[in-house]
Design a binder for this molecule. Structure first.
Ligand code: SAH
Length: 227
């Protein structure tokens, strides 16, 4: 893909050096996949946040993106992507919680097709525009409640949930292909753990991947899909 990201916004922030520094930091923290580190170098994170925050975009930190939501910390984006790559080689990924689209952009460079679901319409529309502006077209977007997944295009080789729930959404595991994997934060605020659920022929295998901190995956009964 041609890189026409650099002119988007803010001279200086986009330099190779700044992005390399972030990738190096993630590598030092334990990210091993060279493919993932490469995509972290390629995608300009500053275009995913408000201009006022652009100077902090290459710090390894979550930042606000409006509507009380946050862009995930680069380390976590890299960690979850690395986990998906290990087990969900190939095709189709379902992402729950598009947010500002940064995680979506990284996934789009590593998998064939991404299906991304977000409950806040404004975030979804902006992300779609933003990703198209940098030449990313292998993503389909749905404004809906992520607890339902996106049955129409399943089963998926990988599912990534970028908000935390107290339990693994049943409909999501049903939409996993055999040998597919789901990566998500599980548990209440302050006690969340990143987990991996692998669908084997006859059973599901769970694995814990370490402590994390995410905004909540809003529960069905509380959902009011915003117009
Ligand atoms: N990967 C995103 C993370 C955004 S934060 C990024 O880096 O920008 C989590 C996102 O999940 C928010 O945008 C929030 O609106 C969305 N979300 C929360 N509950 C949801 C639900 N039930 N269905 C769909 N999206 C949901």
């Amino acid at each position: 893909m041609t890189n026409n990201y650099d002119d988007k916004r803010g001279i200086g922030m986009t330099s190779d050096r700044t992005r390399n520094r972030l990738a190096k930091r993630l590598e030092d923290q334990g990210i091993k996949s060279l493919d993932v580190l490469d995509k972290i170098r390629v995608i300009p994170r500053h275009i995913f946040v408000d201009e006022a925050l652009a100077s902090r975009a290459y710090e390894d930190t979550a930042l606000p993106i409006g509507h009380g939501q946050t862009i995930s910390q680069p380390f976590i984006v890299a960690r979850m992507t690395e986990e998906l790559l290990k087990y969900a080689q190939g095709g189709k990924i379902l992402e729950i919680g598009t947010g500002c689209g940064y995680q979506t952009a990284i996934l789009s460079l590593l998998f064939e097709k991404i299906f991304s679901v977000e409950r806040i319409k404004d975030l979804l529309i902006k992300s779609k525009k933003r990703l198209r502006s940098i030449g990313i077209y292998n993503v389909s977007y749905l404004h809906d409640d992520g607890w339902n997944g996106w049955k129409k295009y399943g089963p998926y080789d990988g599912i990534i949930v970028t908000a935390a729930a107290a339990e693994v959404p049943e409909k999501l595991v049903q939409q996993l292909a055999v040998n597919g994997t789901l990566v998500m934060p599980l548990g209440p605020e302050g006690k969340q753990e990143l987990i991996n659920v692998k669908r084997c022929k006859e059973k599901f295998e769970y694995k814990k991947l370490g402590a994390v901190s995410f905004v909540p995956l809003i529960k069905l009964s509380l959902i009011h899909i915003s117009e």
